[in-house]
Write a protein that binds this ligand. Structure first.
Ligand SMILES: Cc1ncc(COP(=O)(O)O)c(C=O)c1O
Length: 397
C-alpha cells in the first residue's frame, strides 16, 4: 500500500499514546486526572430520555430520516437564540452550520483554507487534536508567544508582518485546553486590532468551554469584535450537555459557510439527525442555562478543592495556573523534573495526568502537566493530589 504523500506526517498524538499507556494499566484504583471529560454524573440523563421518547412516536419519524447537510433548521434557530443570550451576538441563522463536534469545525476550516506550506499560528501550548486536524493539509505550525493573558498581540503582529505563508490562527480564548487560561477583554481587543490589519488572515476561535465560567465576569468573544468576517467561531454542546451526542456548530462568513457546507456534504452528508432532534427537544423542554449554572457550581467546588490540595501538598516551587472556568489546571514543576518520565511512577502510585510535552508542537513543556478536575469525585481528588505530591517529592530528593 502506498499512502498519499500528505499522510506521511499524520501520526497519533502524544495524548493518544499516553491514553493507551494509562488504559493498559488494569488498576481499578487509578485516579485519572489525565481525563478530558465532563462529570458523567451531571449529564441530564432523565431529561434527555424524556426528550428522546417522543421521537419514536412522531408519525413522520423525522429524527430517523436523512436531514439537511446544514443541520436541523429548528436547532440552528435555537443556537442563534443561545448565541444572543449567552454571547450577546446577533447571528444570522444562515451563517450557522451544524457539525459533528466542534472538532469537525476545525477540520472543515482546515480543508477549506489551508494549502500546502501555509503556516497555522497557534498558542503554545495548544490543543493537539486541533493541530492534528490541520496536519493532513501539509501546513506548518508556528507557536506564538503567550503570557498569562493569552496570545501576545505584538508577537502575533510581528509574525504576520514577517511570514507571508501565515494563513490561519487557531486559538482557544476561554479556559484553554490545556492551560485553563482565559484572555481578558483588553487582550482580545488588541488581538482583533492586529487581525484587522491583516485582512487575508482567518482566525478559528474554538470555544467549547466558554460557558463553564465559574469565576469573574463574562468576556465578549473574538467573533463579537469581528467586523470583516475573519473569525470562524466554534461552539459545542459537548461540555454543557453531553459529548456523546456530537452536536456542535460553526459560525462563519457567507462565502465560507457555504463552502464548509459543501465540504461537509462530502465528508458525512450531515451530522447525526437523531442527536440533533434530541437536542432540539431537550432545549425546548428544559432550561439549559440552569443546567449550566449547576455545572459551574460543581466544577468550581472541584477546582477549588484540587487547587487547595495542590497548594498544601505540592512543593513550593510548583507553579499553578488557577483557572476561572473550564476543566483543567496546569502545573509547572521545577525544570529538572521531566513529567513524561515521571508518569510511570505516578501510574505505579495510582494517579495519572497528561505530561506537558503532549501539548507542544516543538518538544517544550517537559516540566508541565495537565490535571482534569471535573471527572473525579471530590474525595478521590484529595487522594489523587496526595499520591501525585508524594511522587513529585520523591523525584525532587
Ligand atoms: C479545545 C478543544 N476543542 C475541541 C474539542 C472537541 O470538542 P467536541 O466534542 O465539540 O468535538 C475539545 C475537546 O476536548 C477541546 O478541548
Amino acid at each position: 500500500m502506498k499512502l498519499a504523500q500528505r499522510m506521511l506526517r499524520v501520526k497519533g498524538s502524544e495524548i493518544r499514546s499516553v491514553g493507551k499507556k494509562i488504559a493498559s494499566r488494569s488498576n481499578p484504583d487509578l485516579i485519572k486526572f489525565s481525563a478530558g471529560m465532563p462529570d458523567a454524573a451531571l449529564f441530564p440523563a432523565k431529561a434527555l430520555l424524556e426528550a428522546t421518547v417522543p421521537l419514536f412516536s412522531d408519525p413522520e419519524r423525522a429524527s430517523l430520516q436523512y436531514g439537511l447537510t446544514k443541520g436541523d433548521t429548528d436547532l440552528i434557530g435555537l443556537i442563534a437564540g443561545r448565541m444572543k443570550a449567552v454571547e450577546h451576538m446577533d447571528i444570522d441563522p444562515g451563517n450557522i452550520l451544524i457539525t459533528t463536534g466542534c472538532q469537525q469545525g476545525i477540520s472543515l476550516s482546515a480543508v477549506a483554507l489551508l494549502d500546502k506550506g501555509d503556516a497555522v499560528l497557534v498558542e503554545s501550548p495548544s490543543y493537539m487534536d486541533g493541530l492534528n486536524a490541520c496536519i493532513p493539509y501539509e501546513c506548518d505550525f508556528v507557536g506564538i508567544e503567550t503570557d498569562d493573558d493569552g496570545m501576545v498581540a505584538e508577537a502575533l503582529d510581528r509574525e504576520l508582518d514577517a511570514n507571508p505563508r501565515a494563513k490561519l490562527i487557531y486559538v482557544i480564548p476561554n479556559f484553554q485546553n490545556p492551560t485553563g487560561k482565559a484572555w481578558p477583554f483588553k487582550r482580545r481587543q488588541d488581538f482583533m486590532a492586529v487581525v484587522k490589519k491583516h485582512p487575508d488572515i482567518m482566525v478559528v476561535e474554538d470555544n467549547p468551554y466558554g460557558e463553564l465560567r465559574f469565576r469573574g465576569k463574562f468576556v465578549p468573544s473574538l467573533k463579537s469584535m469581528d467586523t470583516n468576517g475573519q473569525v470562524i467561531y466554534l461552539g459545542s454542546f459537548s461540555k454543557v450537555l453531553s459529548p456523546g451526542l456530537r452536536v456542535a456548530w460553526v459560525i462563519a462568513n457567507d462565502e465560507l459557510v457555504e463552502k464548509l457546507e459543501i465540504l461537509k456534504e462530502g465528508f458525512d452528508l450531515q451530522s447525526n439527525q437523531f442527536a440533533q432532534v434530541q437536542v432540539v427537544n431537550y432545549l425546548r423542554n428544559n432550561d439549559l442555562t440552569a443546567h449550566v449554572e449547576l455545572l459551574r457550581a460543581i466544577y468550581k467546588r472541584k477546582c477549588d478543592l484540587m487547587l487547595g490540595a495542590i497548594k498544601e501538598q505540592f512543593p513550593e516551587q510548583a507553579k499553578v495556573i488557577e483557572p476561572d472556568g473550564g476543566m483543567f489546571i496546569w502545573v509547572s514543576l521545577p525544570e529538572r523534573i521531566n513529567t513524561s518520565e515521571m508518569l510511570d511512577d505516578a501510574l505505579e502510585a495510582g494517579v495519572s495526568y497528561i505530561p506537558g510535552v503532549s501539548f507542544y508542537a516543538d518538544g517544550k513543556g517537559t516540566d508541565g502537566m495537565r490535571l482534569n478536575f471535573t471527572s473525579t469525585p471530590d474525595e478521590r481528588i484529595l487522594v489523587g493530589v496526595r499520591r501525585l505530591a508524594d511522587v513529585i517529592r520523591t523525584r525532587l530528593h
